[in-house]
Design a binder for this molecule. Structure first.
Ligand code: AMP
Ligand code: MG
Length: 536
């Protein structure tokens, strides 16, 4: 056990590297791009950063792995989490995985700009893999340079921690540093590459294992290694399932299906759009992983995706995420079929996914509306009508639900409030006031009437309902334009907004005096600005 007063990271962090100890390594150890067969990872060294500086760290994550704030603010911390200093106990490596990208098998992908430093075990026995994103090339870097720029690193760092505080399963982020080096990027892929500040996020998770780690082994016909990797995963990440066997492989897949469903229901609850749900970006632990061109729904539009690369087919649009989760699970099922040699149990789990998604989604929607439970007789219609209403005029989903919580139902039960008052009540949520015509006013009035009478069945007092609703409907999400404002400042050397957001997003469900600006709907200037509306 480590004492509180440790003044060096080496003493504070207890490494136990199961991945590199128990799985086969690539015999080569250069960074040369190559196909890596018969192995699960390649050892690599991070590139040294020219002049690293700390921008921010997550105090919750630091505490979780036993790091004091003094240690996080030390020079050693910057050196270690910029890749300049490798601690004894670390075993830096990049893992090998494949994946289906946009519905097509892409072959080997792997950690092309991620270097895993090792696994730390905290005082409670919880395991955290520490990895640097943007610390230089690996055998899996393909056409890329292995580095990351400040804007995408800010987005990943803040969003990981925001998701955590929202109660959404996610990989975490410990630290964000700038490297002091420039990275060349063609932001719009239009032939205008520019130098941008380089940065590194230290990401953490119990494991970063993806569907693609299994797919690559089956695709290569490395079935012994597939079994070995599955056994390792079950023993390390799913120990409650018991010793691996055919039944345990089935139970494991069933659990992956359920966890995936639950994660996507959380995305629907908060308006999160992942943007690139390729199978290499799907965690077997059901964690949201790989924050790239993600975004948050502002006006409620199930067809929206922030990813410009996907603008044509909109495969990964908000309203299609559950369907894609299922498609991805089918790919995982295909990959692990050789372990089970039977289709039926895998099909049953895929079926379970759909049912579990539906049930969890219904309960979640009931919670969002402040209902005591989901009533199969009445609530499907209530919810469908509401979702139609939200799309009838551009309505901010997040603000709408907070305003719905604030609605007085009991005191007004006798006298229907007028449509004019309702429009006023929800006014903060509307993007285009010209859209608020009589037809819309009637529909809003009608739906609120339905909602009131449904609430009257439950007889939950307004204040209790409000409290319950405000615990599942966040006030603060990491809005796309707000991310961009923080990035603009940081690129000018001012990190204050990054740290302000980190603080505000710790309590996304609370009213925070003085911070209302950060909860406002997207301003008009941001409607079409790159980074605020669309990303690549
Ligand atoms: P992503 O779209 O971020 O999930 O990445 C897909 C694949 O491309 C993964 O194998 C990444 O490691 C790789 N990749 C993305 N960006 C870079 C980069 N700048 N350098 C090297 N590899 C990259
Ligand atoms: Mg990825």
């Amino acid at each position: 056990m480590k004492s509180q007063g440790d003044r060096h990271l080496e003493n504070a962090l207890h490494f136990d590297n199961t991945y590199t100890r128990e799985l086969p390594a690539d015999p080569e150890s250069t960074n040369e791009r190559r196909q890596v067969s018969k192995s699960c990872y390649s050892r690599v060294r991070p590139v040294k950063a020219g002049g690293p500086e700390l921008i921010a760290y997550s105090k919750e994550m630091a505490e979780e792995i036993g790091l004091s704030s003094a240690l996080c603010e030390s020079e050693e911390f910057v050196q270690v989490f910029s890749g300049n200093k490798v601690l004894s106990g670390m075993d830096p490596h990049a893992t090998c995985y494949g994946g289906h990208q946009f519905g097509t098998w892409a072959g080997q992908l792997g950690d092309g700009r991620v270097i895993n430093l090792g696994e730390v075990v905290n005082d409670e026995g919880r395991r955290w893999v520490l990895q640097l994103k943007g610390a230089g090339p690996t055998p899996y870097s393909r056409m890329g340079d292995g580095f990351a720029v400040l804007r995408s690193s800010i987005r990943e760092f803040l969003c990981s921690e925001a998701m955590y505080h929202l109660g959404i399963p996610t990989t975490r982020a410990l630290s964000l540093v700038t490297t002091g080096d420039q990275v060349i990027r063609d932001m719009f892929y239009d032939g205008h590459p520019q130098p941008e500040p380089g940065a590194i996020v230290c990401r953490t998770a119990p494991s970063f294992t993806r569907f693609g780690n299994f797919e690559i082994l089956t695709w290569r016909g490395e079935l012994d290694l597939l079994r070995r990797f599955a056994d390792y995963t079950i023993r390390t990440d799913f120990p409650h399932l018991g010793e691996p066997s055919k039944e345990v492989y089935c139970a494991w897949f069933d659990e992956v299906c359920k966890k995936t469903a639950e994660m996507i229901v959380h995305w629907r609850r908060t308006g999160f759009v992942h943007g690139v749900m390729n199978t290499d970006n799907m965690s077997v632990l059901g964690l949201t992983i790989d924050y790239g061109p993600y975004g948050w729904i502002e006006d409620y539009d199930p067809g929206w995706t922030p990813n410009t690369t996907d603008a044509q087919g909109r495969r990964y649009r908000f309203g299609n995420q559950a369907e894609i989760g299922r498609w991805n699970l089918v790919q995982l099922a295909n990959a692990i079929h050789p372990l089970i040699n039977e289709v039926k149990p895998l099909e049953d789990s895929i079926e379970t996914y759909s049912n579990h998604f539906r049930d969890t989604w219904q309960r979640m929607m009931a919670d969002k509306l402040g209902l005591a439970g989901f009533n199969k007789e009445s609530d499907n219609e209530l919810i469908t009508d509401m979702l139609d209403l939200l799309q009838h005029v551009e309505t901010d989903m997040t603000i709408f639900f907070r305003r719905l919580a604030a609605l007085e139902v009991q005191s007004n039960a006798g006298h229907a409030s007028s449509a004019v008052h309702l429009i006023e009540h929800f006014s903060d949520a509307y993007y285009v006031s010209e859209q608020l015509n009589d037809e819309y006013k009637d529909r809003l009035d009608t739906w609120i009437g339905q909602y009131r009478s449904r609430l009257n069945q439950d007889k939950t007092p307004d204040n209790l309902r409000r409290e319950k609703m405000n615990r599942v409907n966040p006030k603060y999400i990491f809005r796309n334009y707000i991310a961009q404002l923080a990035i603009d400042k940081a690129e000018q050397g001012d990190n204050s907004m990054v740290n302000e957001l980190l603080e505000v997003l710790r309590k996304p469900y609370d009213e925070q005096p003085g911070k209302d600006e950060l909860a406002k709907r997207r301003p008009e200037w941001a409607r079409h600005r790159a980074g605020c509306a669309m990303l690549s």
